[in-house]
Design a binder for this molecule. Sequence first.
Ligand code: HEC
Ligand code: HEC
Ligand code: HEC
Ligand code: HEC
Ligand code: HEC
Ligand code: HEC
Ligand code: HEC
Length: 365
Amino acid sequence: MRSLQHISLSVLFILMTSVAFAAPAAKLQGAHADKKALPRSCQACHRGMQMVIDGEEGTCLACHGSDALRQTMVRKGFLKDRGVADLRDIESELRKPYNHPVLTVRGAHRSTETLPEEVTNAKRHSECVDCHDPHLTEKEKPFRGIKGRRVINQMAEIAHEYELCYKCHSTSVNLPAFATDKAAEFRTTNPSFHPVEGEGRLAFVVSLKEPYAARKASVKDLTTISCSDCHGSDAADGPKGPHGSNFSGLLRYNYEMDDARSESEYTYALCYECHSRTSILANESFAYHALHIEGNRSSGQLGTSCFTCHDAHGSTVNPYLLRFNEEFVRPNSEGKLEYLSTGVAARHGSCSLTCHGSEHKIRAY
Ligand code: HEC
Ligand code: HEC
Ligand code: HEC
Ligand code: HEC
Ligand code: HEC
Ligand code: HEC
Ligand code: HEC
């Protein structure tokens, strides 16, 4: 018995080591397995004699970058002409001022790394292969093959886009100082959250525009959104995905976050994409929306951003995504800085704070 066990253990050991040393032939499926588009298969990326490849973006941008690079790939027979027109220029997106640092960070990605990052001093990075598995990616499922969900002790393949984002924007121990845990902000047990992981808290969101349902009536009604509904290319016809944008925050639409702004469709275009500007400024929900957002014309006081009162992700403390921007909003003379609601959807509550020298002591609406 004992020796049999010993033998089977050593067989297992040999099997394990041979798996570890001889890299298994990668399965190639999905978009890149199409021989009509990539006639030279593996060599399209594993170019030359080298099988070893580092996961840097150059491999990908040869086809997903500028037109000139793509033509070279066609000339060399790695890419069939037919597919060329379909391929988007991801490189020019990544060169925009707000981007994922694909082009600027080198040598940080390891094919064996675990994300969320567990090494405190690991360099923050994001390579194409962190978000797309080149052996399995598909047109309608660009994250196919990416692991990221911890299920008991194993990493399962991600099923939703937000799970991909949480690999680097939730519990990573190397988050930058200014950054927050996004998974904590979107948790569906929070008092309020934008409905990314699941349906939102409110039964009726008066300002919501089509195609979203202000009041969910049937299971077919659209009530959830994704990270990339807000984060992505600023160009209306740009490629999908949060590669880069000319708008700060890598946002698809303009969103001004400062105080003392004059309100316009453009100033808060991000929010007005889904929430009716008319409804907000007609005070259909918060009775003093217009006063705060547009300012007070008679006194010449300019308005303030949605960002002064709302977080765009979620709040672990307040309903209605309320979170005061403490750059402008300070505690009142009693040291209080808080929002209290008077029942859900009652459209009544109170604020204790100071802002622009206006003291609010449990000021009710
Ligand atoms: C679209 C580009 C692309 C194609 C096509 C491709 N590979 Fe890869 N492959 C990569 C990249 C990029 C890496 C490195 C991944 C990393 O570092 O995380 C890689 C890594 C590998 C590895 C190392 C182990 C692993 O999975 O990370 C093997 C083995 C491999 N590829 C084999 C193949 C074989 C065999 C084919 C053809 C059947 C193929 N590849 C086709 C891009 C490609
Ligand atoms: C030889 C050219 C070539 C190379 C190199 C290449 N791709 Fe592709 N890729 C394609 C083609 C062709 C498609 C299919 C496009 C289509 O069907 O419209 C595709 C599809 C994709 C898709 C699916 C989304 C879509 O638009 O279809 C992703 C994601 C992707 N590639 C990422 C990568 C990454 C990451 C790398 C580098 C590791 C890479 N590609 C390298 C040619 C290439
Ligand atoms: C492999 C890691 C990784 C993944 C996965 C990832 N990110 Fe990032 N992201 C980064 C890094 C690194 C930065 C640069 C700032 C930093 O270190 O946080 C960044 C920055 C950002 C920024 C700020 C950009 C700016 O200029 O202000 C946004 C917004 C963002 N990511 C959204 C997303 C979304 C949405 C997803 C999921 C679709 C996602 N990220 C997935 C690594 C990642
Ligand atoms: C309703 C629009 C909206 C949605 C949905 C959204 N974001 Fe954001 N996000 C913003 C805005 C606005 C900012 C800039 C203001 C700020 O920092 O809060 C931002 C900032 C960020 C930043 C940079 C600041 C930081 O704290 O690191 C990251 C990273 C980010 N978002 C990730 C995500 C992820 C991941 C998701 C999905 C799970 C997501 N966002 C969904 C609007 C959105
Ligand atoms: C931080 C994560 C992240 C990084 C890094 C990243 N992508 Fe993407 N990519 C996405 C997401 C998310 C989508 C959109 C998926 C969707 O909404 O369908 C996407 C979409 C795409 C598409 C399809 C565009 C379209 O309009 O159909 C291509 C092609 C692509 N990525 C290639 C690349 C290449 C090449 C790189 C590196 C140069 C790269 N990506 C880096 C997250 C990423
Ligand atoms: C001075 C603080 C403040 C500012 C600035 C502000 N809000 Fe609000 N907002 C509130 C309060 C308080 C509520 C909760 C009202 C209630 O009790 O139902 C609210 C509720 C909402 C709601 C949920 C109900 C609805 O209308 O569907 C939305 C959406 C909203 N605000 C969007 C915005 C947008 C967009 C902006 C910027 C253009 C903005 N808010 C600026 C304080 C503010
Ligand atoms: C892509 C669409 C989209 C964008 C962009 C968007 N929202 Fe929303 N928002 C929604 C949806 C859908 C809900 C409904 C959630 C629910 O059912 O409770 C919602 C709900 C809200 C609520 C009420 C949440 C609650 O639980 O009380 C507030 C406040 C709000 N949004 C503010 C904003 C602000 C401020 C912006 C701009 C920074 C913004 N939204 C941008 C889709 C969007």
